[in-house]
Design a protein around this ligand. Structure first.
Ligand code: URA
Length: 238
């Protein structure tokens, strides 16, 4: 049994806020197995108990998983007093679900950003101990070569002493483009890693996170829900 608070289950639909859910429960509009719920803190298992709002079955979700193609110019945060965040790209019914970005991309970085309200999954995907690989495409102002590839594979030590985990560097074309695979996510990590080898990042895009790949059909700034298969692959809960 997965017992969840009723107000949380109702808000998980995205149709109502948590506050509205509480009011609806208090007004007796929410029934659990045919009986009016006593209060917002009442718990139910939506897989076992029949929950209705105004007589309609509740379209609940335990968690929400969104793939966003992040454009440059937005912060990877849930809110900011001055700047637009990736949450501004979502409609109100999704913004009400308490979603947050799993890991941060810099303001000028584009590409795959997973948004969820599943804190356990976020923790698992980001923990360096779990070694989930994130792959980026980078365009550089100077070519990298075989020695740099070997140094990435050994684990770079940056000027400030930061010791990086071994990372993959797949050189493309003349070495001014590369696919870089990281198993951790320190602040400006790729920019600092390539800078330590004499190349500045001109453009950066995240292509994948573990088994989750950026959907090539998703234009910049667009989002979609993960498919059931993708949720299963990354270890989310359906
Ligand atoms: N490394 C960076 O330098 N920036 C990002 O946004 C992601 C990885």
């Amino acid at each position: 049994m997965v017992m969840e608070r009723l107000d949380k289950l109702i808000a998980s639909t995205g149709r109502w806020s948590r506050r509205e859910a509480k009011e609806m429960i208090r007004a007796g509009r929410v029934l659990v197995d045919g009986r009016p719920a006593a209060g917002p803190e009442d718990r139910a298992d939506p897989r076992v108990n029949a929950i209705t709002v105004d007589g309609e079955p509740l379209d609940w979700r335990l968690f929400t998983y969104i793939m966003l193609h992040k454009p440059a110019g937005l912060l990877s945060a849930t809110e900011d007093a001055r700047q637009r965040t990736v949450l501004d790209l979502l409609p109100p019914e999704l913004r009400r679900r308490g979603l947050f970005p799993v890991g941060r991309l810099d303001r000028d970085t584009e590409g795959l950003l997973l948004l969820t309200n599943d804190g356990d999954l976020a923790h698992r995907l980001l923990s360096p101990k779990k070694h989930v690989e994130k792959i980026y495409y980078a365009r550089l102002d100077a070519p990298l070569g075989e020695e740099d590839r070997a140094a990435f594979a050994r684990g770079l030590v940056l000027e400030d002493g930061l010791r990086c985990l071994p990372a993959s560097l797949e050189l493309l074309g003349d070495g001014r483009e590369a696919r870089i695979g990281l198993r951790e996510g320190k602040f400006h990590q790729i920019k600092r890693m390539t800078a330590s080898r004499g190349a500045k990042v001109l453009y950066l895009k995240r292509l994948s996170m573990g088994p989750l790949e950026l959907d090539p059909a998703l234009p910049k700034g667009a989002y979609r829900a993960l498919t059931e298969e993708e949720v299963r692959e990354i270890g989310g809960k359906l």
